[in-house]
Design a protein around this ligand. Structure first.
Ligand code: THU
Length: 163
């Protein structure tokens, strides 16, 4: 038997350890939580993206009475970025969330599986790793790439894999 071992480095930083450009992106993700539409879960998520020209955009979760029709903050932000600036690659992404009491979560929140799959394709489209910042009041997780969020992932290379 062979065993594969996957190592995913995650740096945990407090705000004093973040770069000014990280704080800018983080502030935008935190601000975006206040534009969330979450009357059902009362869980407000904000996602910000930085494009290759430095433009920062954001999105928030948008819920619906027909629950599955709603969309997470990450996909809202990335789809918005890609539809508004299809030729500008996404460089970095940040996510923040406020709990049902309105407080930013102590633990960083991490994108759901469906968002990870969409983010993975966004990274492939960019042609370079997208850095990820997952904000929590007790520390921000910093990952080098979306791939680190989705090891053993499925992508379009399998569609033409003849092996
Ligand atoms: N949500 C996000 O927007 N992003 C995540 O990473 C996890 C969950 C939203 C979906 C739903 O509106 C609410 O948070 C509760 O699940």
């Amino acid at each position: 038997m062979k065993e594969l071992s996957i190592h995913i480095p995650v740096s945990v930083k407090d705000e004093t350890e973040l770069r000014p450009e990280d704080i800018k992106l983080l502030d935008e993700a935190r601000r975006a939580t206040s534009r969330s539409y979450a009357p059902y879960s009362h869980f407000s998520v904000g996602a910000s993206v930085e494009l290759e020209d430095g433009t920062i955009l954001s999105g928030s979760n948008q819920e619906n009475a027909a629950y599955p029709s709603g969309l997470c903050a990450e996909r809202t932000a990335v789809f918005y970025a890609n539809s508004r600036y299809p030729d500008l690659a996404v460089r970095r992404l940040c996510i923040a969330a406020r709990d049902t009491e309105g407080n930013f979560t102590a633990r960083p929140i991490s994108p759901c599986g469906a968002c990870r799959q969409v983010l993975l394709e966004t990274e492939q489209r960019a042609g370079h790793p997208i850095e990820v910042l997952l904000y929590g009041t007790q520390g921000t997780y910093c990952l080098r790439s979306i791939k680190d969020l989705l090891p053993l992932s499925f992508d379009d290379s399998f569609l033409s894999d003849k092996d």
